[in-house]
Design a protein around this ligand. Structure first.
Ligand code: SF4
Length: 509
């Protein structure tokens, strides 16, 4: 019988959450490196270069890979022979204590993103608790822990369906994936849970994402089981969709497909699909009573030496001098380097602006959006001499319902976020001769280095959702929707789907 100290368990949770906030799993790094090397779409290649450079910088600087430092999701498998040294805390309470400490670490504070009363007031709990904990009992006298910090952008794209027993699972995945847009920050993984009941399929899908990337090995040795055959089938079909990194069109949308299944009712075929994003973060450890988990840091030499050069036709602009006229010749797909002042704002700030404008109160003091760009971001708090912590873009579609109002009433000329805009928003952007620029989701630490000054200008009480003014220098973005309404997230994947079909037909000849 193993006696596990509660303190060792809490320390291990704390250490592992800090560890995964800045170290990508190396299997993911290697998979993105391979995808980067074979990518032929320049936009997707550039996005993957930024993800890899960001990954290395985070590992070096011990700062978060992404500004969204995730919701803690923890699978705890407790051996039947395990005894705790004390019984005053539940497993949930111990995971929460480790989470609290990890997210309030003074050298590397992580962004607290969890809100209580989710259907109502949505109040930030300030310490990222509670975690989502799945507890199981297993044979043996060890505790196995798989812990992840799951980004909201990718979690929001989860799908669930009860298929008919005769329905084709791969067909459903291929039909569903394009409806998920790019807010899950591909390239990533798909976790698929099959069987059991509706809720069981969802837990299986999430648990499957805790496994390492190994689809290349599976391809080499060949599929033996139904699940393995399905993994290869879905992997090929999904990548043939041409969605590509960040949804800009390209050869790699997923670096692996994971599947877990359990028996189900004869009348049912429950399927859950959960994507994992460019901020793939998970750790796996065992406790056997000999002390807390020891996680071995990867070596920096294990990261590829990827550089990202600004292309010849890159446009450099001074944000302080822009007018609506000056953005009319920006073309979809073009890389732009931004220098100057921009304002930030995300869900809560937009909602408050709308309330103020509806009440006839105008914009808050200090906020003038005339000829300005707004950046959809909720940064991590700064430490040491940092101007701001990691500050990558958040999913722009969440701001779609405010965009027409912002363009119509505030003098705003453009927006910066991640992933696609909805059709009505693209129409509004064209109607207002505005533009939407895309920064790379999952490259938050890299982006933060382009921010030279930062100050809060309004709604300080909203914390990371406050309106900041950033002074940036050479912040790289891509024109995702130009002033004519041309849309990179529509044209990119369509072009690359056709190219992949063409490449396949050449290979088959
Ligand atoms: S990589 Fe994208 S989806 Fe993942 S945590 Fe960051 S912003 Fe969210």
């Amino acid at each position: 019988m193993a006696i596990i100290r509660q303190q060792d368990f809490i320390d291990s949770i704390e250490d592992s959450l800090q560890f995964i906030s800045y170290y990508h799993p190396l299997d993911y790094v290697k998979a993105v490196e391979e995808a980067y090397n074979r990518e032929q779409s320049q936009a997707a290649k550039d996005a993957m270069a930024q993800i890899l450079i960001n990954s290395r910088m985070s590992a070096e600087g011990h700062r978060p890979l992404c500004q969204d430092t995730g919701i803690v999701t923890c699978f705890v498998k407790i051996g039947m022979g395990v005894q705790w040294d004390k019984t005053d805390l539940t497993v949930q309470e111990m995971v929460d204590e480790g989470t609290r400490r990890a997210y309030n670490n003074k050298d590397n504070p992580l962004r607290a993103s969890i809100v209580s009363d989710p259907a109502g007031a949505r109040i930030n709990t300030k310490d990222n608790t509670p975690a989502v904990v799945h507890i199981d009992t297993v044979a043996g006298d060890k505790i196995e822990v798989m812990i992840a910090a799951k980004g909201g952008g990718s979690e929001n794209k989860s799908k669930m369906v009860m298929l008919n027993p005769s329905d084709d699972i791969a067909e459903w995945v291929v039909k569903t994936l394009p409806t998920m847009g790019a807010g899950w920050c591909p390239p990533g993984m798909l976790g698929i849970g099959i069987g059991g009941t509706a809720e069981k399929a969802a837990v299986l899908a999430k648990e499957s994402l805790m496994d390492p990337v190994d689809i290349q090995e599976l391809m080499e040795r060949g599929a033996e089981t139904t699940e393995e055959k399905l993994r290869l089938d879905i992997f090929e079909k999904v990548n043939n969709l041409g969605i590509g990194a960040q949804g800009l069109g390209g050869l790699t949308t997923v670096v692996d497909v994971k599947i877990k299944s359990v028996p189900t009712h004869a009348a049912s075929k429950p399927i859950a699909m959960i994507p994992n994003c460019a901020a793939t973060r998970h750790a796996h450890f065992y406790l056997d009573g000999t002390g807390p988990a020891e996680l071995t840091p990867p070596k920096l030499e294990d990261w590829p030496e990827v550089t990202w050069e600004v292309g010849e036709n890159t446009r450099r602009v001074n944000l302080n001098e822009l007018t609506k006229e000056s953005i009319q010749d920006w073309k979809v797909g073009e890389t732009v380097l931004l220098t100057g002042k921009m304002l930030t704002g995300r869900d809560a700030a937009h909602k408050r602006i709308q309330t103020m404008l509806d009440a006839g109160d105008g914009l808050p003091d200090g906020v003038d959006l005339t000829n300005r760009f707004i950046y959809y971001v909720g940064p991590v708090d700064a430490v040491g001499d940092e101007v701001v912590g990691p500050a990558g873009p958040t999913t722009a579609t969440r701001m779609d319902k405010f965009t027409d109002m912002m363009l119509e009433q505030t003098g705003l000329i453009g927006m910066i976020g991640k992933a696609e805009r909805g059709p009505a928003t693209v129409d509004s952007i064209a109607k207002h001769k505005s533009v939407y620029l895309m920064a790379v989701g999952g490259a938050a630490y890299l982006v933060s280095k382009a921010i030279k000054k930062s100050r809060v200008v309004a709604f300080e009480d909203l914390g990371m959702e406050a309106i900041y003014e950033f002074d940036v220098e050479d912040m790289p973005v891509t024109v995702a929707v130009d002033s004519t309404g041309a849309n990179a997230h529509k044209t990119g994947p369509a072009i690359w789907k056709a190219k992949i079909e063409e490449l396949d037909s050449i290979m088959q000849k």
